[in-house]
Write a protein that binds this ligand. Structure first.
Ligand SMILES: Nc1ncnc2c1ncn2[C@@H]1O[C@H](COP(=O)(O)OP(=O)(O)O)[C@@H](O)[C@H]1O
Ligand SMILES: [Mg+2]
Length: 336
């Protein structure tokens, strides 16, 4: 662990917000993630030159006014990202730690950066304080200090690789794209994306992590490399001792009713957990089976076998990501 200053005059500092951008893209659109969540996310910059991370990373910090809600969530995310270190397709944790903001700190308002003035208002550049920085291989020390630091006014944070790719929600949502989503990705790409996510879940499950928060906002699409990358593990669980077939299947049903149904049809399955700042109990109390629902166009997009696959995934027929991946591989081979 080492200490550093947070100060926009000469050191690391918080620049533009990264969690309010959806409103900027389309003004009449609701803010799916802002407010209500456990964290604020800013770009991390260094006034003295470059940060040591290559491109400027993202800084996800616990909300000072949501501590009791956010405490177990941040702990899960530290454990999972440390436990899954090195796995591809995840947004890696570059460092983590605690921020002690100066006593007079005022957090910036959550405004979408629709103009230069609003963009300035939303920045975290006025926040000063002390950072206690831990390397990825020091996460156990960070966890050991968790209760004591929080009681002492420190806010936990993660420094993450910054996602710059296209958000899958923006490519796939029927409302957001005004129906044009069918043209954004081919069915082969849709199936490939699904296979890639199953592959990531397969590796996470093998270590004892489940994800659960499968809204499309959490998935990004690297068009150039044709790769999916995910973020936000704080609703997930790190269960190396107690991982079971039941939790594994629950993760797959959440994946099916939200991400899978959304990229196949442009919407989540009816009755699934809404896109928004989801709380762990929203997911824990959600149905365990769903039915597919789609417009007439979708019947031209998906063939009968693909629709059959979606229906059975929603019905909880798949026990493991490997089984699901094999079926998707069969479907993609038929699309050659
Ligand atoms: N590494 C990142 N790069 C770019 N944007 C990010 C990154 N992490 C988070 N964000 C933005 O901030 C939002 C909230 O972050 P998230 O990790 O989902 O936190 P929460 O647990 O509060 O939902 C994300 O939906 C995304 O828009
Ligand atoms: Mg989130």
């Amino acid at each position: 662990m080492r200490e550093a200053n947070l100060d926009s005059r000469n050191s690391l500092y918080l620049a533009e917000p990264l969690d309010t951008w959806l409103t900027a893209a389309q003004q009449d659109f609701a803010i799916p993630e802002a407010g209500g969540s456990s964290a604020r996310v800013f770009l991390l910059k260094n006034a003295a030159g470059k940060t040591s991370f290559g491109p400027d990373p993202a800084f996800k910090v616990m909300r000072h006014d949501k501590i009791s809600y956010a405490k177990p969530l941040f702990l899960e995310e530290f454990r999972i990202l440390a436990g899954l270190r090195g796995q591809t397709g995840l947004t890696p944790m570059l460092q983590a730690g605690y921020l002690k903001p100066a006593p007079d700190t005022v957090w910036p308002p959550e405004v979408a950066p629709l103009s230069k003035i609003l963009e300035k208002q939303g920045e975290g550049a006025s926040i000063r304080g002390t950072l206690a920085l831990f390397e990825p291989d020091e996460i156990q020390d960070l966890i050991d200090q968790y209760e004591e630091r929080i009681l002492d006014g420190w806010l936990p944070f993660l420094i993450l690789e910054r996602r710059w790719e296209d958000n899958l929600y923006l490519l796939c949502d029927a409302g957001y794209t005004r129906g044009n989503f069918v043209r954004n990705l081919s069915m082969r790409q849709v199936l490939d994306i699904s296979i890639q996510i199953c592959g990531m879940l397969e590796q996470a499950h093998a270590k004892g992590a489940i994800y659960l928060d499968h809204k499309l906002l959490h998935y990004y699409w690297n068009e150039y490399r044709q790769k999916v990358i995910m973020l936000d593990w704080n609703i997930g669980h790190w269960l190396p001792e107690t991982f079971s077939p039941e939790v594994q299947q629950a993760d797959l049903v959440q994946f099916s009713s939200r991400a899978l149904h959304h990229i196949f049809t442009g919407r989540q399955a009816p009755g699934s957990v809404a896109v928004g700042p989801n709380r762990p109990e929203d997911i824990a109390n959600s149905p365990t089976r769903y039915k597919a629902s789609y417009s007439f166009d979708i019947q031209n997009r998906l063939n009968a076998e693909e629709l059959g696959f979606l229906e059975s995934a929603l019905d909880g027929s798949f026990q493991t990501p490997t089984e699901m991946k094999d079926k998707l591989q069969y479907l993609i081979n038929k699309r050659q």
